[in-house]
Design a protein around this ligand. Structure first.
Ligand code: ADP
Ligand code: MG
Length: 323
């Protein structure tokens, strides 16, 4: 058994842009453009970046909820990119997703019992009585009560619905959970309750998380390591502690400038981002961040920086740093 539960190598997802009279391909959106990372067993890897940088596409294409354009995904030693559709369906019980908006993904006409039972039925697990018992158990596990089984999604608050979304993801005892902005739609006061629940579940059930957020302060406490994405690429990846105390990439510094520091004495270089995120259909040459970077040089405009380890597993893609 390897230490890594998930290995993502050179993952790409390109969407063709069609147009013209003949509806031919006139361009391509590079939603995810050569992303590599690993997640260790029991670890939480945070993935952050502004909206549109490719976080959801990364999460969904590694689960093959959308088909990657290129790259390899190893899950528990199995190359899932090579599995047939049928084999992938079986594999997916071990790798589940929690969505940002559970309401959109919960069938409004089904009660909670039916919603939670469904994955078990799809995978042919248990008798009807066993499945119903598992639903009762799972409701307790996520901090709801057995009487909630009879209710419908609209009868719950946002926080409760996300608990149901988490319960559904856990019904098949998965190893990996891809949590795609699971608390972004919730009130701040409810966010920490759901984050605490996820941490308790991770400890009790030995789960591994890929935790996606657009907000660095949300991933900080839950993540062991954090990857920062910009325009379809990971530009920096290191431990949570390192990322917050010693950020290297100018983009990471800019994101952190916007997050209040708990330590008022902490000296932090303030980087204010200029302009908007460029379009992934027409990304800048060289380092794609050069159009907004205060340190950009000729080299940055011309050459794409390699994503490399500059020491102790601190990866950065930036010409300012040479290993
Ligand atoms: P994030 O989750 O970081 O906000 P996404 O992964 O949703 O970003 O999107 C990354 C980029 O890919 C965006 O520019 C988005 O517009 C584009 N994109 C996402 N899905 C599609 C699609 N089905 N067709 C075309 N472009 C898409
Ligand atoms: Mg998203």
């Amino acid at each position: 058994m390897t230490e890594e539960l998930l290995v993502v190598k050179n993952l790409k997802k390109y969407y063709p842009i069609t147009g013209g009279i003949l509806g031919g391909e006139v361009g391509v959106v590079k939603a995810v453009d050569d992303v590599s990372f690993t997640v260790k067993r029991g670890e939480t890897l945070g993935l952050v970046g502004e909206s549109g940088c490719g976080k959801s596409t990364t999460g969904r294409s590694l689960l093959r909820l959308i088909e990657p354009t290129a790259g390899e995904v190893l899950f528990d030693g199995v190359n899932v990119t090579a599995l047939s559709a049928d084999e992938m369906r079986k594999m997916r019980r071990h790798m589940q997703i929690v969505f940002q908006d559970p309401f959109a993904s919960l069938n409004p006409r089904h009660n909670i019992e039916k919603i939670l039972e469904e994955p078990l039925i799809v995978h042919g697990i248990g008798t009807s009585a066993e499945r119903k018992r598992k639903v009762q158990e799972m409701l307790e596990v996520v901090g709801l009560s057995s009487y909630h089984a009879r209710r419908y999604p609209h009868q719950f608050s946002g926080g409760q619905r996300q608990r149901i979304g988490i319960a559904r993801a856990l019904m098949l005892n998965p190893k990996l959970i891809v949590a795609d902005e699971p608390v972004s739609a919730l009130d701040v006061s409810i966010q920490s309750q759901v984050l605490n629940l996820m941490q308790d579940l991770q400890r009790d059930l030995g789960l591994t998380y890929l935790f996606i957020a657009h907000d660095l302060s949300v991933v900080r406490h839950i993540s062991d390591r954090v990857g920062v994405m910009y325009l379809g690429r990971i530009v920096e990846l290191t431990t949570s502690t390192q990322l917050y105390s010693n950020p290297l990439h100018p983009y990471t510094k800019a994101l952190l400038s916007a997050v209040p520091t708990p330590d008022p004495d902490a000296v932090r270089e303030r980087v204010i981002l200029q302009g908007d995120v460029p379009s992934p259909a027409n990304p800048p040459s060289g380092c794609t961040f050069h159009t907004r970077c205060p340190h950009a040089t000729e080299e940055c405009r011309a050459v794409r920086p390699a994503f490399q380890d500059v020491g102790d597993g601190h990866f950065v893609a930036c010409h300012l740093y040479k290993p």
